[in-house]
Structure formats: C-alpha cells, structure tokens
Design a protein around this ligand. Structure first.
Ligand code: FAD
Length: 316
C-alpha cells in the first residue's frame, strides 16, 4: 500500500532531503490505522509529515515510513470549527475570513498545517495556537486507538504540547478551534497585515524552514549569569532588544547578527542577511551544508555571548 523511495525534498519547504523508504498519505482514520498496522508488521519507524515547513531532512533520507495525515475537512458548529490536521493554516484563515470568525488573525502568513501548528503550539504576534484550541483528536500508534483530549490535557507550553513531548507516538487527526463572531473585513485586514509584515522581513524568495533557533528567554540568560553587555561594545543591556514571544526573549536573529554572521554561506546554504535566524537554500543546498552553518552559528554565538542557541527546527 505504500509508495517507495519518495524524495522528501519535494515535501519540505527547504527542498532539501533524501528519500523516504516508504511514503503514505492517509485521508481518513481507516487508512491511517491500516498504514500504522502495516508499518508495525514491517517493523518500520514512522515519521509524521505535515506541511514540511519546519523540517531539516538529512541527505540520506528516512529509512522508515513517512506518513502524512492528509485529513482535509472543515466542519463548523456555531463559532467552533473542527479542522482536519492536513488543512494548511492559510486555508483555515481563508475559511475564517469568509465566515467572519475572529481569533486566529495572528497566524496570517504562518506556513504549515493545522497538525503541525497544534503539535508545536505555533505562535506569532503574541498569539499561540493553544489560545483557540478546544479539543484535539489523535491516533496513538502504540495502542492503535483514537484519543480525544480537551485543551488542558494537551499540556501546551512554549512551542510545545503533549504530542511533541510524546516524541511522535501520536498522530494529530483534527482539532476544534473555538472562535468568536467577527467582521469579515476587519478579520481580512488583520490577517493581511501579518502576511505583509512577514513578506517584508522574511527571506521568502529562497526555500527556507523559518527560524532555525529559538529566541532566548531572558530567564535563561540571567540563569546562566551572562552579562548582557556586549563584549567589545559600549552598548549596555538596555540597548539589547527584548521582545515578548510570549515571554520576554532576546531574538536569536539579533545575537547572530551581532556575531557578524549575516550573509555567511557554506555550500548552497546562507545565513540570511535579511533575517539572520533564517538559513536559506540559495543554490541546491544539501542538508549537510545547513548543518555546518548551524554548528558555525552556535559556536560563534556561544563564543561571543556565552549563550547556547537551541534549535527550533525538527531534524530527520
Ligand atoms: C517562513 C516561515 C515562517 C515561520 N513562522 C513561524 C512562526 O511565526 N511561529 C511558529 O511557531 N512557527 C513558524 N514557522 C515554523 C513552522 O511553520 C511551524 O512550526 C508549523 O506549525 C509547522 O507545521 P507543518 O505542518 O509544516 O509541520 P512539519 O514541518 O511537517 O512538521 C513539524 C513537526 O510536527 C510534526 N507533525 C506535523 N503534523 C503532525 C500531525 N498531524 N500529528 C503529529 N505530529 C505532526 C512532525 O512530525 C514534525 O515533528 C515558520 C516557518 C517558515 C518556513
């Protein structure tokens, strides 16, 4: 039932990555369950693929089953919308505009699927996916059964959830978003503002997977007893930009820029001069090129500030 040797580069925002030994798109629970049973029979590891907008797939690819839960439905009940995990966030936002539902405008321009956003509790502009979630339905690949959780049981945290913490043993199938009645034009305008903001600041002209590193919470900086004064600089801590994301953080982009790494390249990959927390694929980059740059950035930022940058992207 599975396709074989499917290049994952075609399924990621980066256009990077070797083949998945097996690949399957499940459109409903029956197909998902059969695929999981088949994979278990063959003793394969399973990797769940959403929109591939946050994935760094190795050049060797994935020696297992890349399983895409392509659940594609939107069902409205009052101000609540039950959304299949495979629906792109952009498609959900279009639906909300058309049906005058407000609450998710902050996600304007957020790439990827509903499943990926729920799993990582994606957020931007002070909003987080968890703020709108009423419940989530998933499939437990170990117990081979459906699980339904109300929001508190999803254990959402900063870019995290129970699904992320369980390390891929549950596949999100759908989520119910609780919204409010709004005004179509106001919702549309607000979403388009976010899209335009991103277009201006993000290097969307090149294949990318968004921010490579997490912003650094201020609490972590003081816990590490790091002086906020920049070495060799006359600027004091007050000059360091702190943004709320949703806790106070120092942007990783700022640290990378201050470490002098804008525009540094290796192979076909480059630290974006436009937004230095993006490493862009400028010329048929390999995953190994990106990994080399990630290590370089980590080392340089650590050397300069004593801060260890943590990766936000998911490696396969
Ligand atoms: C230009 C750009 C801007 C971005 N801006 C933001 C931002 O502002 N805020 C933010 O939070 N993120 C941002 N991202 C990162 C990314 O878009 C989000 O993390 C997104 O939610 C990932 O969704 P996806 O469907 O592409 O997931 P994928 O990249 O396919 O997968 C990411 C992880 O989620 C898991 N996963 C995917 N679907 C499911 C499912 N149905 N069930 C269980 N696990 C699943 C995968 O196994 C993987 O571990 C940005 C990315 C880009 C390229």
């Amino acid at each position: 039932m599975f396709k074989e040797n499917i290049p994952l580069a075609g399924h990621t925002g980066y256009k990077i990555g070797g083949p998945a030994r097996y690949f399957f798109e499940a459109r409903n629970l029956d197909e998902l369950e059969s695929a999981v049973r088949e994979a278990r029979k063959k003793n394969l590891s399973i990797f769940v693929l959403g929109g591939g907008t946050n994935l760094l797939v190795s050049d060797e690819g994935f020696d297992g089953l890349a399983l895409k839960p392509d659940f594609h439905f939107l069902e409205q009940d009052g101000n609540e919308v039950n959304v299949g995990a495979g629906i792109p966030i952009a498609e959900l936002l279009n639906y909300l505009i058309t049906h005058s539902l407000t609450g998710l405008e902050w996600a304007g321009g957020l790439p990827g699927t509903v499943g990926g956003a729920v799993r990582g509790n994606a957020g931007a502009f002070g909003g987080e996916t968890k703020d709108l979630i009423k419940s989530v339905r998933s499939f437990d690949i170990e117990k081979l059964k459906e699980v339904e959780r109300e929001a508190p049981a999803c254990d959402f945290g900063y870019r995290s959830s129970v699904f992320k913490k369980k390390g891929g043993t549950e596949i999100i199938m759908s989520a119910v978003f609780a919204l409010k009645k709004g005004d179509t034009e106001t919702v549309r305008k607000s979403i388009h503002e976010k899209i335009n903001y991103r277009r201006e600041r993000h290097p969307l002209e090149y294949p990318n997977i968004g921010s490579i590193f997490k912003n650094v919470p201020l609490t972590r900086i003081s816990a590490d007893s790091i002086s906020l004064n920049l070495p060799g600089s006359t600027r004091k801590s007050a000059a360091i930009p702190v943004k709320t994301d949703p806790v106070p953080v120092v942007p990783a982009a700022y640290l990378i820029s201050e470490a002098g790494l804008k525009g540094v390249s290796f192979g076909g990959a480059m630290v974006s001069p436009k937004h230095p927390n993006f490493i862009v694929n400028v010329l048929e980059a390999k995953a190994s090129d990106v990994k080399t740059l990630i290590e370089l950035v980590k080392n340089e930022v650590h050397g300069k500030f004593g801060i260890i940058l943590e990766e936000e992207v998911q490696r396969i």
